[in-house]
Design a protein around this ligand. Structure first.
Ligand code: M6R
Length: 608
């Protein structure tokens, strides 16, 4: 959702900010703006539309100065327009504010301010912040910000500058992501790390309620009680190149192709000298595991689908009951949680608001918490007792690919770890499964070599208005992810169905030429899956079949087939997902769509 970048130092602020905003484009936005303090005072430019529109305007009217804030807006309060874009200013134009989050009590505050005669320029919730800062300002911006924060209810990451305090940028956060970048004689703020990687890898993560004062000379952090706090900086391992396209036409394709490496990193970095899984970062030993009588996996979107595969791994390998819940539903579903419940949160960004709310709900009931996330220092990671980081590297494309496969890998490793500690698996079986998992990167490479073949399949279905993904068992879980991927990047209406459910209604939708992507990767379910393929084929469907090598019988029913390198049935889910990612990618690009930034979507969903 909204992206924030702020800078104070000796560089041209507008250049740093526009560059940073470009790296946050993946978050999704519909307008962009910037405020810079320089010789001409506090200057603001903001435009509806892509960042390129703002950049064009700034080429004709450049903003000079070394202090500034910028923003990409994903509209919530008020339509996308120049007026509703950030930064928002006070009436005197002394104060400029950028904001990510939602000020829940903005209507009350707006009414109070209007009663005092303040005239509003926009329909946004954010504008109240600019007017409040102006109202409280008596020469000390930090004091005015604190007084403003006392009035706010809701979520915010804020960047604030004032024309009378041109040596500082003030930032504050509560329930919205924000990182503070540490440079030499320069300081930065950003919604996410990729915006800063070109300039620094050294950052502070602010806690909820904290305020940071950034100056050229350094950064001071204060808590809710205005006491200065000491904070260790964090060194980010990602490099700048990992946040660029690196020669690929799109981030999504680059990230699909990065999977052998990200899966390898996720596995190998956690193996001890004897080749056993070791989670140094989590405190779930035999004793704790024996207390657990229920596992919930809670997540949204693709992370939820990773949880569905994770359930199969945990149930099969550990024999523990697992429920997978959509995070936005979890707290309204009267979940049965107590101190013997393990709640596993899955989130690439670690910032998804619904997943965060589920975590807090689980904590209220004293559940044990385990988070699987990709982003070190993210909000969900910081509130979790135990964290497993996926080593996917920055995922920039809106459609999640390498985060999904590394999340699934983490579930397999977790299942092996739990099973061994609980004595539910013998060492041989453990090492066999782990061996198969360690072989996945190489097998993914083989699939990637077939990208052209998958492109041909995409060509055959690219005109279709709708399509179906079918699967049984774990194939059904993967089909759901394949369908989501296709929907979000190609806008083709697709649905995933459990193959056995077809005859209970869905089959009525099958008509001539409709694409059906049929997953038949499970040895035990292969024959049944073939029967289901026949059912749709005989009603006119165009069937793309996916099976493991050695199951050539599928060619008798499918119009075209992709074979996965042979592996363990459960683990084939990872390979199958890569095929479906490529299929969605190719359909999208063949349709000429913006595959990295699909319409209406945001990478990180920080509102409910
Ligand atoms: O950052 P998270 O993993 O918590 O995000 C969850 C979903 O918003 C995300 O997976 C979304 O479904 C992706 N666009 C899917 O590609």
């Amino acid at each position: 959702m909204c992206g924030i970048v702020g800078y104070i130092g000796s560089r041209t602020a507008s250049e740093v900010i526009l560059d940073g905003l470009e790296r946050l484009e993946y978050r999704g936005y519909d307008s962009a703006g910037i405020a810079v303090f320089g010789e001409d005072g506090l200057m603001v430019e903001k435009k509806k539309g892509r960042l390129a529109v703002l950049k064009d305007t700034l080429e004709s009217f450049p903003l000079s100065g070394n202090l500034g804030i910028g923003h990409t807006r994903w509209a919530t309060h008020g339509e996308p327009s120049d007026e509703n874009s950030h930064p928002h200013c006070s009436e005197s134009k002394n104060v400029a504010v950028v904001h990510n989050g939602i000020i829940e009590n903005y209507l009350d505050l707006k009414r109070e301010l209007m009663e005092k005669g303040v005239v509003f320029q926009s329909e946004t919730d954010t504008e109240v912040v600019a007017h409040l800062v102006e109202m409280f300002f008596q020469g000390d911006l930090v004091d005015a910000v604190y007084k403003t924060l006392e009035k706010l209810r809701g979520a915010y990451a804020l960047g604030i500058i004032h024309k009378d305090n041109p040596d500082m940028l003030v930032t504050a956060r509560k329930d919205s992501p924000l990182v503070v970048g540490i440079g030499e004689n320069e300081s930065f703020i950003a919604s996410d790390v990729p915006a800063l990687l070109k300039y620094t890898k050294n950052v502070y993560f602010l806690e909820d309620g904290e305020v940071a004062v950034l100056k050229k000379s350094g950064i001071e952090i204060y808590n809710e009680d205005r006491q200065q706090v000491e904070r260790d900086s964090v060194e980010i391992e990602w490099d700048f190149e990992s946040a660029t396209k690196g020669g690929y036409p799109h981030f999504m394709l680059k990230e699909i192709f990065e999977q052998p490496k990200s899966i390898r990193d996720t596995i190998e970095r956690r193996l001890d000298e004897n080749g056993f899984v070791r989670f140094d970062d989590i405190n779930l030993g035999k004793e704790e595991l024996e207390q657990i009588d229920k596992i919930y996996v809670v997540a949204c979107g693709t992370a939820y689908h990773a949880g569905l595969v994770g359930k199969k791994a945990l149930q099969k390998i550990v024999g523990m009951k697992v429920d997978v819940e959509i995070a936005s539903e979890f707290r309204y579903d009267d979940p049965i949680i107590d101190s013997n419940t393990l709640v596993v949160l899955v989130s690439q960004s670690g910032e998804t608001l619904d997943t965060m709310a589920a975590l807090r709900e689980a904590k209220k009931h004293n559940a044990k918490i385990l988070t699987i996330t990709n982003v070190i220092g993210s909000s969900i990671a910081r509130e979790s007792d135990n964290v497993i980081y996926t080593w996917a590297g920055p995922e920039i494309a809106v459609a999640s690919t390498k985060a999904y496969t590394t999340q699934v890998v983490c579930f397999f490793m977790l299942a092996l770890d739990f099973a061994l500690k609980l004595g539910k698996i013998g060492e041989k079986e453990y090492l066999d499964i782990l061996g198969e998992l360690r072989a996945v990167p190489e097998k993914v490479e083989q699939i990637l070599e077939n990208s052209d073949q998958i492109e041909v399949m995409a060509e055959n279905i690219k005109e279709a208005k709708s399509g179906f993904f079918l699967g049984r068992g774990i194939d059904y879980s993967v089909a759901m992810e394949g369908s989501l991927k296709m929907k979000e990047v190609s806008y083709m209406h697709t649905e995933a169905f459990a193959s056995g459910e077809l005859k209970h209604g869905t089959i009525a939708l099958i008509e001539d030429g409709i694409p059906v992507i049929a997953l038949a990767t499970q040895e035990k379910l292969f024959e049944k899956s073939i029967s289901n393929m026949k059912e749709v084929k005989s009603r006119g469907a165009y069937v793309i079949g996916i099976a493991q090598e050695g199951h050539e019988l599928i060619e008798e029913v499918a119009d075209s087939v992709i074979y996965l390198p042979k592996t363990d049935d459960l683990i084939s889910s990872i390979l199958c997902a890569v095929v479906l990612q490529l299929l969605a990618y190719h359909v999208s690009t063949l349709r000429g769509l913006d595959v990295d930034k699909p319409r209406n979507l945001a990478k990180s969903v920080t509102v409910e």
